[in-house]
Design a protein around this ligand. Structure first.
Ligand SMILES: Cc1cc2nc3c(=O)[nH]c(=O)nc-3n(C[C@H](O)[C@H](O)[C@H](O)COP(=O)(O)OP(=O)(O)OC[C@H]3O[C@@H](n4cnc5c(N)ncnc54)[C@H](O)[C@@H]3O)c2cc1C
Length: 542
């Protein structure tokens, strides 16, 4: 790995840093403590909003969380059908749990006391990846992962070790930069100036695509396909995807463990809600926020669909930035460059999937995996484009066997729960009505037929007790994210920075998939912490 971009540059940087080293981060003053009902109102109780609220409440700030849905959690939720329980979204969570390296997410859960209300457990395997001519299972730790790859591709051993080293070094660099978002002015400038020296792996790969890294480490196309399989989680095909997310997430999964929540992801959302209430915070579900009230370029509160108003000194939006900017606040309150940036950034895709309850025990029939990816080709651009056009027969499918997770919550003994997931484009789906439902039914059967190439029982009507599809329209209805998008902005090398957690309205912050700590359940919680941290910095709370 390149570690030395030039001694002259280093010398200049060190002089700059030395002369600036005593300067503190420059934050804005805190808004006056007046007659506001709350210190902070959080719009949305997805994991980003809940995490922000829990960190603020555990630092004695008075919080109100308003959620339009009848339950907290956003994507992190579950539901029941026909005696089965379905996790609406979570397959695998990165970010750590008890007994591992204990960095990242688990530290945050402990910091706000949510760890006491929830049980995380490790999944036994990372994933099984199937391509034409390849069928491989990857264990949940680096040693096992590397051994499995080396057994299949012995001549790629050096590249496998190199890939591990790049992933670990990237994560170390990102961890060492984790507080950079808190600094402004000269301190931020000085830290950024040192990045090429101090975070040289991050600096080397930050503008590269995942394809660049794969080409640097491996020669055989099949191993590249297997190692990059989680592109299906990250929202862009391999040549178009920022290298950073796979590098960091692979290290997070294999270094810190692959986690799930006892009782489904709803249990994590409920644990946050319980902790927020224990700390005196208020959560109101079934409450749609329709407006952020502005006074002289400062947000002073929110208005709900029923006409109620609540005042606060700060607002955090767990919404997408389009709703925040264009509907809740109004673009006239934002600088033109911010509005232009929002309009110029490309959003990622949404998802299409099927929840299946089966009256047979898949494990007893030999299907012992938890997460299987079936890919009819290694060409991720072709797979991505087919799915986005609604041709699910030519896409990839993630097959998650929840009843193999070891948590009895999902299925009664002798039965199974499976979820199938692929990418989808909101524009493909007509308005809800008869044609939409007919199309959905047809596409559900297409996705089931694709997955049945791995598990034929999925397509046999006699085994299927529950079969329910979800589309980008379903996801939009439940989360209000634009076009049902679950990944925020498209994570290309040009867009990996997404948008910051602060906004041009000085007391309004964003904590969601769309902001800088990326998407996924762990990242959404980190985004929540970041928004809370920025407010705590202004309040002088350490
Ligand atoms: C099918 C599926 C599978 C997934 N699999 C995984 C996985 O395996 N691993 C992983 O890490 N991640 C996974 N994800 C992604 C993960 O679930 C999300 O990245 C994360 O939960 C997003 O959290 P969030 O807080 O940003 O937003 P959301 O969950 O979108 O929450 C936003 C909340 O704000 C509320 N809201 C919006 N506007 C308003 C308003 N005006 N007034 C009041 N409330 C409002 C919404 O109702 C919602 O509750 C998956 C997602 C889906 C859909």
């Amino acid at each position: 790995m390149a570690r030395n971009p030039g001694t002259r540059y280093a010398g200049i940087c060190l002089v700059v840093i030395f002369s600036l080293s005593l300067l503190a981060g420059c934050t804005e003053p805190k808004p006056a403590t007046g007659e506001a009902d709350y210190d902070v109102i959080i719009v949305g109780a997805g994991l980003g909003g809940l995490s922000a609220a829990a960190h603020l409440a555990s630092n004695s700030l008075k919080v109100l969380v308003l959620e339009q849905h009848s339950r907290v959690g956003g994507c992190a939720t579950s539901f029941e059908r026909g005696g089965f329980t379905f996790d609406a979204s979570l397959h695998e969570m990165a970010g750590g749990g008890p007994g591992k390296k204990d960095r990242g997410l688990y530290q945050l859960l402990k910091a706000c006391g949510v760890d006491r209300n929830v049980e995380l457990y490790e999944l036994p395997e990372f994933y099984r990846s199937i391509f034409p001519g390849v069928d491989i299972r990857l264990p949940n730790n680096w040693d096992g992962y590397k051994q499995a790859l080396k057994e299949e591709w012995p001549d790629e051993s050096a590249g496998i070790e190199k890939f591990h080293a790049i992933c670990s070094a990237t994560m170390d660099d990102l961890m060492s930069l984790k507080d950079l978002f808190r600094y402004r002015g000269l301190k931020a400038f000085a830290l950024k100036a040192l990045v090429p020296l101090r975070q040289s792996t991050f600096f080397t790969y930050k503008d590269k695509s995942l394809q660049d890294v794969l080409d640097e480490c491996f020669t055989h196309e099949d191993i590249k396909a297997v190692v990059s399989q989680l592109w299906v989680y990250y929202g862009a095909p391999v040549p178009d995807q920022s290298a950073l997310i796979t590098l960091a997430a692979t290290e997070a999964y294999l270094g810190d463990g692959i986690w799930h929540i006892k009782g489904t992801s709803q249990a994590l959302s409920d644990a946050y809600a319980e902790r927020i209430r224990e700390l005196g915070g208020v959560i109101e579900t079934g409450t749609l926020v329709t407006r952020v009230i502005m006074d002289n370029q400062i947000a002073t509160g929110v208005k709900t669909a029923t006409g109620k108003t609540y005042t606060a000194r700060y607002i955090i939006a767990n919404t997408d930035p389009y709703q925040l900017t264009f509907n809740l606040i109004g673009q006239e309150h934002f600088p033109q460059e911010y509005v232009k940036k929002l309009n110029d950034l490309r959003p990622a895709n949404s998802l299409f999937g099927v929840y299946l309850g089966l009256n047979i025990d898949l494990k007893a029939r030999g299907y012992t995996d938890t997460e299987i990816f079936y890919n009819p080709t290694t060409d991720t651009v072709a797979l991505h484009d087919s799915m986005m056009k609604g041709d699910f027969t030519r896409g990839a499918v993630a097959i998650t066997i929840y009843s193999n997770y070891g948590d009895p919550v999902y299925a009664p003994p002798g039965k199974s729960v499976v979820t199938l997931t692929g990418y989808s484009d909101y524009a493909f789906w007509p308005q809800e009505g008869a044609p939409y439902h007919a199309l959905k039914e047809k596409k559900v059967d297409e996705l089931v037929a694709l997955a049945a190439r791995v598990i034929p029982e999925l397509a046999e009507a006699k085994y299927v007790a529950v079969k329910e599809g979800f589309t980008p329209r379903t996801l939009k209805r439940f989360t209000m994210n634009r076009d049902g998008i679950v990944y925020g902005f498209y994570l290309s090398p040009q867009q990996w920075e997404k948008i910051p957690n602060d906004t041009p309205v000085s007391n309004v912050y964003i904590a969601s998939n769309w902001s800088q700590a990326w998407h996924g359940m762990a990242s959404a919680q980190v985004n929540g912490w970041r928004a809370a941290r920025l407010i705590m910095d202004r309040e002088g709370i350490n």
